[in-house]
Design a protein around this ligand. Structure first.
Ligand code: FMN
Length: 199
């Protein structure tokens, strides 16, 4: 293995929707498959496999953090670059993501700096919507939570998929070549940034 391969970052992809036919999940899946095609090590997960209750301080005091928050945190820590694809709900990002991020932020392993799971890796954002603005307003709020709230490094490059209901072909690829190229450019940037900046 060359010195460069040893530094090759692992990339994680997930969406803030657990809906079976979620457009955002399709983008996350496609981005993971593009990453694979580019020779990057990539993992796609469905948050449906990591159910968690709504954050509740009383519940946490009684039972600690949910096992799934621990599992997800460990998985995030095993990846240096993370792409999150969020639906937009009433001009904001998915509550599923806020809840997931909040629970994961509560887990601090011994000797670990606060919020290291967010601060030591690189994030890229994307959004898909059947509407024309593609979830841009949601991503602006999501970015604020990640950057200002928990100190994550979030790439300025992001991918937006408007009119998502008509955007995919039967194989899950994007019909529009320019959009495919745009998504691939964000995936490449994430890999590069994770290689350089992840700790
Ligand atoms: C409560 C609610 C609010 C929504 N608000 C927005 C919105 O502000 N902007 C938008 O583009 N789409 C909005 N939508 C439509 C979602 O983008 C659409 O349901 C999308 O398919 C959800 O993402 P998914 O396909 O990944 O599950 C809203 C949907 C719901 C249920």
């Amino acid at each position: 293995m060359s010195a460069q391969d040893e530094r090759a970052p692992r990339l994680l992809f997930f969406a803030g929707s657990i809906r079976k036919n979620s457009f955002n999940k399709r983008v996350a899946k496609l981005a993971a498959s593009m990453a694979n095609g580019l020779g990057f090590s990539s993992t796609f997960i469905d948050l449906a496999d990591y159910p968690m209750p709504f954050y509740d301080g009383d519940l946490e005091a009684q039972s600690g953090q949910p096992e799934n928050a621990r599992k997800l945190k460990d998985l995030m820590c095993a990846h240096q670059g993370i792409m999150i694809v969020s639906p937009e709900y009433n001009a904001s990002f998915a509550p599923l993501l806020k809840n997931t991020i909040d629970w994961v932020s509560r887990i601090r392993d011994e000797g670990e700096e606060p919020l290291a799971v967010y601060r030591d890796r690189v994030f890229a954002l994307a959004a898909a919507s059947p509407g024309g603005t593609a979830g841009l307003r949601g991503l602006m709020q999501f970015r604020q939570v990640l950057e200002l709230g928990i100190g994550a490094l979030v790439l300025p490059n992001q991918f937006l998929l408007p009119r998502a209901a008509d955007a995919f072909d039967n194989d899950g690829n994007l019909k529009n070549h320019d959009q495919e190229q745009q998504l691939q450019a964000v995936v490449k940037k994430l890999e590069h940034a994770a290689r350089v900046f992840a700790i």
